[in-house]
Each structure stands twice: as structure tokens, then as C-alpha cells.
Design a binder for this molecule. Structure first.
Ligand code: UD1
Ligand code: UDP
Length: 375
């Protein structure tokens, strides 16, 4: 009898970090029957990832609604998964990280009787309002899951402190590094061409230093985004030799302030969210990254790019400890001061941009598959 796996995800970052796991399980069709279910909590931003990794979901719940809310999204995921779980009857369900998809899918999978596996387990800020609602989402998933794939020793320790059995935890590194390797192999292969990266080359001003910006966190909606935009505007005005490129997240609570406050500034380019390979290329071309993203905090140290994180807390202390990431919150002055230091002072810049990769060597998925074979 084959082991039946159901891999569930719903948003862009989950898709990027689960895609290599899907590929790894699909390598062994003797042992595993592996299916992919997307909640489609995201739509366009998820489809971009599926296309690049060439994954066709077996189940597409197609749930995204414009400006959706947490209550109905959570309910729709749990009720929508019931018939899928009852039809496929998976032995193992895999969820990733800390989104609403993660939390709600882990509950539904638990109800179905499947063993539930948490990829990117054990990240904590110990502040349930930051990031909101992710800290609670991942804690709920952690308390439900049977197996915990922790990216680092720090995340393993967080789980042990919650009395989770050590035997159910495996330190794997972060699957985001597996995704980065997959992406660079694909992009560097001779038959690959990417029209989006080509178009991006026309936007990038190679005579300037690129500051790449992304942001979307719910706790930054409202005043946080107004402060962030105001800081970016000042930085652009003060620094002619800098070009800010900002692929704007499709959440309307982000689109509205960003387009209202930063449109029509010469050295700020607001663009649509980029496909994964184009974004990785843009990171590699950047001088500095300013973001509130979780995934970007993990990728940038691998590419030797300093990151200013527009948050007050981080569940990823490894890069902060290594000195490649600084938390700057969403106070305008703090963002400007820290960015300006990196623009002006090459000594500080060089220390921060040293290559550092605390998130593994890109074989997290292999380790997960091996673990499931031996369980
Ligand atoms: C979600 C996750 C967050 C994750 C982020 C990654 C929750 C509560 N939030 O936040 O943890 O870090 O994704 O990006 O799980 N939209 C589109 N097209 C898309 C995607 C989003 O139009 O492809 C718009 C829709 O109007 C949607 C809204 O953005 O209703 C919000 O999407 P949602 O997934 O609820 O929140 P995010 O801010 O994307
Ligand atoms: N990313 C992308 N296109 C973009 C911006 C980001 O493909 O225009 C990728 C990025 O490389 C990272 C992930 O999306 O892997 C981060 O997603 P996001 O910031 O939306 O979510 P978070 O990581 O904060 O949960």
C-alpha cells in the first residue's frame, strides 16, 4: 500500500516553500501517492508560483475573495476541506508556516484522522499580536501537528519548551533554500527564458543603487504603511543616486496607501508583484532590501543583501544575530536613519552584506521525505 500524502497550501510564500517538497515526494511514486490541494487564499500571486514550479494542483478550492476577512476565510477552509479529506483519505497532511490556510487546514486535517506534519515549525515571537494573526496561527498548528519540521535549532528549542516530544521534531533547514536552488538551476538552464526578468531590466536603472521594498503585514496596515511610505519618499528625495523598486502586494490595504502616497516620484518605481525568479533576480541586483516579509528575511542573507525589517519583532532571530538583518519597526525616522547609514557608510554596509546562510543547505525536503519513509 502506498503512503497517501496531501500537501495543502494557499498563499505565495507557502507555495514557494512547499513546491520543492511536492517535487521531492513526486520523485518516489512507488512509495507515495502525493496530491496537492490549494485553498487559493491567494489567487494571482499563488498562480505565479505554481506556473514557475510547474505544479498542477489536484484540488483547487479557489477561495480568495477581494479584501477577504479572517472569519469567513477560516470557516471556508475548514468546511471546504471536509469533502477533499473524505475523498482522498490521506495518511499524512502537510501544512506550512503560519497563515490562515495553515491554521485552518491543520484543524481540518486533525478532524480527518490523518497524521499532520508542520513544515517550518517552531517559529515564535512570543507576542500574539505581532505578527498578527501569524503567531497564533503557527502556535495552533504546532499544538495540533504530529510531526514538526523545524528549520533551525532555535525553532526546535521553542517547540521543546512547549513540551513537544523531541522524537516528533526534525531539524531540516528551511525549504526556502531548496526553492532558491531549484530556481537558480532552472533559470540558469540553457532552454530557460523569462520575459518578466527581461522587462524588469528595462525598469532597473543600473547607474543607481537599488533599494528593493516589499510589505504587507496586517499589523502594519493603516498608520504603519503611512509611515513607511513617508520614509521611502524622504529617502528617494534625499538620494538621487538611489532607485527604489517596490513590487506592491495585491492586498487592497497595501495597494491604496502605497499608490496614493508614492506614485509619480521619479526614483520610485511601483510595480506589480513579480514572479519568483524575477524577484530573486531583483534581490540579487539590489543594494539594500527594506521589507516586512518573513521569506525575504530568510532569502536575503543567502544572497549577501542587508535587510531592514519593518517590524518590531521577528521570529527569525538567526539573521539578526548574524548581523545581516536589523529590525527598524515602522517609525519613519528610524527607517530613514538606518537606511541612510547603509547608503553613506561602506564599512557598515560591508559588514552587513557578508554572505550568511543560517537556514540550511537546500536539502530540507530530502530530509523530510526520508523521515516520513522511516516513521
Ligand atoms: C497572507 C497571510 C500572511 C502572509 C501573506 C503572504 C493570513 C492571515 N495572512 O496575507 O500570513 O504573510 O499572505 O503574502 O493568512 N489579493 C489578491 N490576489 C492575490 C493575493 C491577495 O487580490 O493573489 C488580495 C485580495 O483582495 C485578498 C487580500 O489581498 O482578499 C488579502 O489576502 P490575504 O491572504 O487574506 O492576506 P495577505 O495580506 O495576503
Ligand atoms: N516574492 C515574489 N514576488 C514578489 C515579492 C516576493 O515571488 O514580488 C517572494 C519572495 O522571494 C519570498 C516570498 O515571496 O519567497 C515572500 O512572500 P511574502 O512577503 O508575501 O510573505 P511572507 O514571507 O511574509 O509570509
Amino acid at each position: 500500500m502506498k503512503i497517501k500524502n496531501l500537501i495543502i497550501f494557499g498563499t505565495r510564500p507557502e507555495a514557494i516553500k512547499m513546491a520543492p517538497l511536492v517535487k521531492e515526494f513526486l520523485k518516489d511514486t512507488q512509495k507515495f501517492e502525493t496530491k496537492v490541494c490549494i485553498t487559493a487564499q491567494h489567487r494571482e500571486m499563488l498562480d505565479q508560483v505554481l506556473e514557475f514550479f510547474e505544479i498542477t494542483p489536484d484540488f483547487d478550492m479557489d477561495l480568495m475573495k477581494p479584501n477577504q476577512n479572517l472569519y469567513s476565510l477560516t470557516a471556508d477552509i475548514i468546511t471546504g476541506l471536509k469533502p477533499i479529506l473524505e475523498e482522498f483519505k490521506p495518511d499524512y497532511v502537510y501544512v506550512h508556516g503560519d497563515t490562515t490556510t495553515t491554521m485552518a487546514s491543520s484543524i481540518a486535517a486533525f478532524y480527518s484522522g490523518a497524521k499532520v506534519c508542520h513544515v517550518e515549525a517552531g517559529l515564535r515571537t512570543f507576542n500574539k499580536r505581532s505578527p498578527f494573526p501569524e503567531e497564533v496561527n503557527r502556535s495552533v498548528a504546532g499544538s495540533i501537528c504530529d510531526f514538526h519540521f523545524a528549520p533551525t535549532k532555535v525553532s526546535e528549542k521553542n517547540l521543546l519548551n512547549e513540551n513537544i516530544d523531541k522524537k516528533s521534531i526534525l531539524i531540516t533547514g528551511n525549504t526556502v533554500i531548496d526553492a532558491l536552488h531549484f530556481s537558480s538551476d532552472k533559470v540558469n538552464s540553457s532552454d530557460y527564458s523569462d520575459s518578466e526578468t527581461e522587462k524588469l531590466r528595462e525598469i532597473v536603472d543600473f547607474n543607481k543603487r537599488i533599494i528593493l521594498v516589499t510589505g504587507h503585514r496586517r499589523e502594519n496596515h493603516g498608520d504603519g504603511f503611512i509611515n513607511i511610505c513617508s520614509a521611502l519618499k524622504d529617502l528617494a528625495n534625499k538620494n538621487d543616486d538611489v532607485q527604489i523598486i517596490y513590487p506592491v502586494h495585491l492586498n487592497p490595504n497595501v495597494q491604496k496607501p502605497v499608490y496614493e502616497l508614492l506614485n509619480n516620484i521619479d526614483n520610485i518605481k511601483l510595480i506589480d508583484p513579480l514572479s519568483y525568479p524575477a524577484f530573486v533576480w531583483l534581490m540579487s541586483q539590489s543594494y539594500l532590501i527594506i521589507t516586512d516579509s518573513g521569506g525575504v528575511q530568510e532569502e536575503a542573507p543567502s544572497l549577501g543583501k542587508p535587510v531592514l525589517v519593518m517590524r518590531d519583532t521577528t521570529e527569525r532571530p538567526e539573521a539578526v544575530d548574524a548581523g545581516t538583518v536589523i529590525l527598524v519597526g515602522t517609525q519613519k525616522d528610524k527607517i530613514i536613519t538606518e537606511a541612510q547609514k547603509l547608503i553613506d557608510d561602506s564599512t557598515i554596509y560591508n559588514v552587513m552584506s557578508e554572505l550568511h546562510n543560517p537556514y540550511g543547505d537546500g536539502n530540507a525536503c530530502e530530509k523530510i521525505v526520508q523521515f516520513i519513509k522511516e516513521v
